[in-house]
Design a protein around this ligand. Structure first.
Ligand code: ZN
Length: 137
């Protein structure tokens, strides 16, 4: 049985550099040149000081688990149970994502656990950044 495809994000001019990055195996964020604030999702001005002088840079890919819910009902493209999580990137911004590479249980998904980015190609255009438990050491 083939499961139907999941709904995919559609790149916009503002988000295209982000999706180019994930396809290249890089997590790219924007940072304000005026006040150094890092933010996500991408937009052409700083959400803190409204400066339009913003730059893309490659984030570390490190994050911690901020919150999540575990879904048990099937949704196209997902095999339940699966987590919908919000992670806090080491650079500060929060991102909605999935936690992969571990059981989808409250026991395995501890708040504040250390995570690292992993990339999953879901179509020619879209590679999703997901997060997995960080390697120890
Ligand atoms: Zn700013």
């Amino acid at each position: 049985m083939t499961s139907p495809p999941r709904a995919l994000p559609v790149p916009t001019p503002e988000t295209q550099p982000f999706w180019d990055g994930t396809r290249a195996g890089e997590l790219r964020l924007q940072r304000c040149d005026a006040c150094a604030h890092s933010y996500f999702p991408p937009r052409p001005f700083c959400p803190k000081c409204a400066s339009r002088k913003v730059s893309w840079y490659q984030a570390s890919g490190r994050a911690s688990l901020y919150s999540y819910v575990i879904h048990h009902r099937p949704v196209p493209g997902f095999t339940p149970p699966y987590s919908i999580a919000v992670v806090e990137l080491a650079e500060g911004p929060r991102m909605m994502t999935n936690i992969v590479g571990c059981p989808q249980t409250p026991e395995a998904l501890a708040l504040d656990m250390a995570l690292e980015v992993t990339f999953t190609a879901v179509s020619d255009a879209i590679t999703l950044p997901q997060f997995k438990p960080a390697a120890r050491g």
